[in-house]
Each structure stands twice: as structure tokens, then as C-alpha cells.
Design a protein around this ligand. Sequence first.
Ligand SMILES: [Ca+2]
Ligand SMILES: [Ca+2]
Ligand SMILES: [Ca+2]
Length: 466
Amino acid sequence: MPTKSRGVAAPAVDLQPVAAVNLAPALGQCRAAAACLGPSLPRAILLTHAADFDVDPYINMFFFPTDTLKIALLDEQAHVVWQKDLGRGVVPGMWFCPVYPFDLDGDGVDEIYYVDNVDPQHPLSLDNYRLTRLDGLSGQVTGQWPWPRRGSLDRGLSQSYRNFILGGYVRGQRVLVTAQGTYTDMYLQGWNPDLTPRWEINIPVDSPGARGSHMCPVLDLDGDGVDELLWGERCLSLADGREKWCADRDTYRGHSDVIQPIFDEESSRWFVYAIRESAYDVAPRVALYDDQGRRIWGQVDKGHMDMGWTARLDDGRRLVMAIRISGKTCGPDGRFHSDREEFLFDARTGAPATLPFDLYQTMPVDLNGDGGHEFVRGIPGANGQVIDRHGQALGSVDGTVPLVGKFLHRPGEQILSYRKDGLIRFWADRRAQDSPAAQRRYAHPFYAHNLRAGISGSNYAVVAGV
Ligand SMILES: [Ca+2]
Ligand SMILES: [Ca+2]
Ligand SMILES: [Ca+2]
């Protein structure tokens, strides 16, 4: 439980819901991302939702859903611009159906890309999966292309249905990326704006180096004008899919829960923070790399690491977190972690650090815009409590949090929450003022681009990297 520090000033956050909508009679899952409907229009928030909890393709987590997945677009007042039911053919789960808003055609308005299934009677029929494009303003389908299926049909659920859609820029040209697989063999494809193939790479199960991650950040890591994708500890160029480096290639072949870019303002260079799930006995389990994949520091020798973040505090510290767990279950009633052990380090040095509260289920968010993170207990199963870095309570968003960041035109960062009864709310600090440090964060190209990645991959806290 959080501890209340003595001598700390009154909470500098006036947390209030600033918009609300009831989208469905029940919400078991909801993912969200920021979308752009053009320079003359308000920002938009793209959502997916269903009554069931997220359906995972791992056979010990998979269950038969009772509901269908919907895609909804909301404006800044939480008014529904359009909503689309994906029907019985689409399994309501983040890995089965990634969704990505991106202005691939360059007209200033995001299109919406997702994985559809044109055979509503067979939800696992990979041959009928389609990369589908929606018009951002209307939600109408404007194109469909076969979803790449490179492995055999009998690879098993967990290998076959871990899909990603993302995108980025190659010296001003836009590139869409589709990907399949995380744990064994992995397949990635780059697409031109007209959806003709640009490149393709396959990473076989027996190849050296790391597998994928559940996160998929895209950024120009080395400042050469070409975006890179961090595919686990592998850095891939969006220009041609070429691997630029693979951190710890000779020693690590597992997958990582977190691959988090961290921008160091002092040196104007990126670093990459990784926390590792599989290959439990391979050290280190937590590591920081430079922008060439060279390890700066490593910590923790053994174990299954899960659910980490990076945060910047108003006392100048830059921290990274990881949680070691002995087990995880997931099903219709939610996701649960057993025997947790929390680790916190100085991001620059790897030296152990402390915060005076339980880190489990927390997500960093700078509500008051001072450039330092507050925290919300927002992952599924958490209570929505918001605290400052001292552990002092600042309020509650009373629900689960799929999106934090500056997704509204107002000072500070905001929180999107949902409740099981269907209520979706946008929360903000009514007294927020953006400091120069906060404004530098929002202005960084990484920030707006990765705020769109919340419905493809587990990227809910990725913008904390700047
Ligand atoms: Ca467009
Ligand atoms: Ca680059
Ligand atoms: Ca703050």
C-alpha cells in the first residue's frame, strides 16, 4: 500500500473526469490509442472493446469469447464519431487483432489498419485473415489485402496469432509494417503507401539472437532520418527490414516483455531498456543498451521478469522498474501474477533505487505537466488509484487504464479509464500547466508517433521514454 510521506506539500493535482461515454453494457477489455483526423480537426481517440477480457492465444489462457470486438472512434468530448462491430470471425484479443491508426497515404488524416477475418464462421482461419484499411473519418472499409501467413498452419495457437501492425518514416516516406510471431519463428513485412510490398524478413526459430517483445516501439534511434523498429533486442531498419544490431545476440534467445527506448537529454542519445520473460536462467534479466546495442549495465541473474516501465521524477531521477514473477494466469476473469518481487534501478547507472510505495500495476503519467511522472494503478485488475512519487494519494480514476499521455488538447497528460459497467472516462488535472520540460517531451517526434501504438502491442507506457 502507498505510504503517506510527512512534510510533503498538498497534492498539486486536481484530478477530474473531463469527458465520459458509456459505450457498451459491459467492458471486459478496452484498448486505446491517439489518432489524428487532420490539422483542422480535433484529436481523436481510437478504441477497441468487448465484454470479454482479452483473449490470449496461449492454449492455457485461451477461452471462447461471448462477445464480438468493436472498433470505435471518439472525439475529445468522448462523442462517438463512428463504431464498427468486427463480427464473430475476429477473436477479441490484442494479439489476434492489432489496430493501428496511421496516415500511410499522406493526406493528413489517419487511416485505421487492423486484422480482419472474411470468414465469420471460422475465427481461426488464418487463410481468411485480411489486413484491412478503414477511412478514419467514416469507418468505412477502403481496402483489404491478405494477411501474411508464412509459417505452417499447425504451428500452434500461440505462434500463429501474435500479430502486430505499426509504421514509421524513411526520410519522409511512410512505411507500414505487419508482423507475426513473438516466441519462435517471426515474420515481418514492410509496405509502401499503395500497399505494395517494400521488404520482407523472416527470422527462423533456430536463428541466434533474441525473439520478439510484446512492445514494438518505432523511432529514429541513431538520428539518420530513417526510423528503426525495436523488435525485442533486435533493431530493424524500416527502410529495408535489415537488422542493424541485436543486443546480446550470442547469449540470449528468449523474448522480452519490455523493450523501452529512453531518451537522454544530456547526451541527446537514445538508450534501450529491456526486461526479459523467457530463458529464465540467462543473465542479465534486466539491461540497458546504448543506441548501437552495446550493453551499459545488466541486473538480476534469474527469473521471469514482467511489467516494467521507465519514469522521470521531478527530483531529476530517471528510473526503470521491473517485476519478477513466478507465474501468470489469464482467462475470462482477468490476468493474475504470483509471487511478485519488485526491482527499481537508476536508468543511467543500474544502481538500485527505491520509491516509497508498491510498484505493482503502476503506470507513469505526468498529470500536472511539470515534467515529472505521477503514477496510476491502471493495469487490468488494479484499482485506479493515482499517487505522486512520494506515494501520496492524488485521487482515483476508478477503473482500468489502457491509455496515458497527451491525447487531449489541454495541459498535462491525461488518463483514459474504463469500468466493467461500460463507462469510459477521460481524466485530467484541471490545474495542470505544461513546463518547458514537459513541452519538450510532447514536441519530440517519438511522443506523438508512439501514442498511436496503444492498440497494437503492449505499448501503454512507451511515451514515458522521452
Ligand atoms: Ca490518410
Ligand atoms: Ca535511424
Ligand atoms: Ca508531474
